[in-house]
Design a protein around this ligand. Structure first.
Ligand code: MN
Length: 305
């Protein structure tokens, strides 16, 4: 991500009960790959602890030209990778090398520091389509040990016209085995034409990121490149689709800790970010090494340093 998306601003999360707002995503690129950045956006920086959401593609990849996201560091967040189509490889400084395909979840916890890359498989050719999400870690765990999980099986349920897969947290009695440090939910919704009533926690705020087709909620119809924000105070989300649609539902208790994001770092203070970036530049042990053929990602120092 770039400073333009998430400058050194404190996240403002001031949801009104019953509020619905539609926020346009910002078209962008990660490496040479096209994305639509749904979070963070001005005026809507977090939804629960979800602090970053890139809708990737659909766009073609080749065996040697894929996501090509070179090794880069993270602190204070979890990355959640979920594909609708295609294959990619995750490599990280813990020594993980993990192919991901649709229906499976990659979950990386950065804690005090980790580095990773997201690359082509060396064999897959075709469309790649998916989501890359970040969860801000709470102060209680953000300086903890880095970790990686891959889940091949995730719980699902049918709610009316929606086939739901729970990536993180719990929805409608189905609980994901994936680690989560705060109260949140992330679910994939496959809608056929019709209606669905999704039970949700009234203390959560939610967002619907539509990836294919169009979904109507609370009288607003949203499509790819849009996020529908739904404030707390609901126990059910009414969804309808006139055409087949695919969307991600993100939710959680409003994140009430101050949050500072710059580049790939999620922190509480400028000092934390500057310290992390100095260690990244010096090649300190904190971020380790990623076994990748791609040269590690380089950015200028923070503008305020
Ligand atoms: Mn990353």
């Amino acid at each position: 991500m770039t400073a333009a998306d998430a400058g050194a601003e404190v996240a403002c999360s001031a949801p009104g009960a019953g509020a619905v707002e539609v926020v346009d995503s910002r078209p962008g690129q990660v490496g040479s790959y096209p994305v639509r950045r749904a979070l963070p956006r001005r005026g809507r920086r977090t939804v629960g602890a979800w602090c970053f959401a890139d809708h990737m593609g659909p766009s073609p990849v080749t065996p040697d030209r894929g996501l090509d996201i070179a090794p880069h560091p993270h602190i204070g967040l979890q990355t959640v990778t979920w594909l609708f189509e295609g294959e990619a490889v995750h490599r990280d400084s813990l020594g993980t090398e993990q192919v991901i395909i649709p229906g499976q979840l990659n979950l990386m916890t950065a804690g005090h520091g980790i580095a990773h890359s997201e690359e082509g498989t060396g064999y897959y050719r075709g469309l790649l389509h998916g989501m890359q999400l970040w969860v801000a870690q709470l102060s209680a765990t953000k300086d903890g040990r880095p970790a990686f999980e891959h889940h091949e099986e995730l719980p699902g349920l049918e709610l009316g016209a929606a086939v739901v897969t729970v990536l993180v947290g719990e929805l409608g009695g189905a609980a994901s085995p994936a680690r989560h440090d705060s109260d949140l939910v992330g679910a994939d919704l496959e809608l056929r034409p019709g209606r669905a009533a999704v039970p949700v926690r009234p203390d959560f705020e939610h967002a619907l990121v539509v990836c294919t087709g169009a979904v109507t909620t609370e009288g607003r119809t949203v499509g790819p490149g849009q996020l529908a924000y739904l404030g707390p105070g609901r126990d059910e989300l009414g969804l309808s689709a006139a055409v087949p649609a695919r969307a991600l539902l993100l939710g959680g208790a409003p994140f009430d800790e101050p949050l500072l994001m710059w580049w790939n770092y999620v922190a509480r203070s400028l000092d934390e970010i500057m310290q992390a970036h100095a260690e990244r530049i010096s090649g300190a042990e904190r971020f380790g090494q990623v076994d990748s053929v791609l040269p590690r990602m380089v950015v200028d120092s923070p503008p305020w340093s």
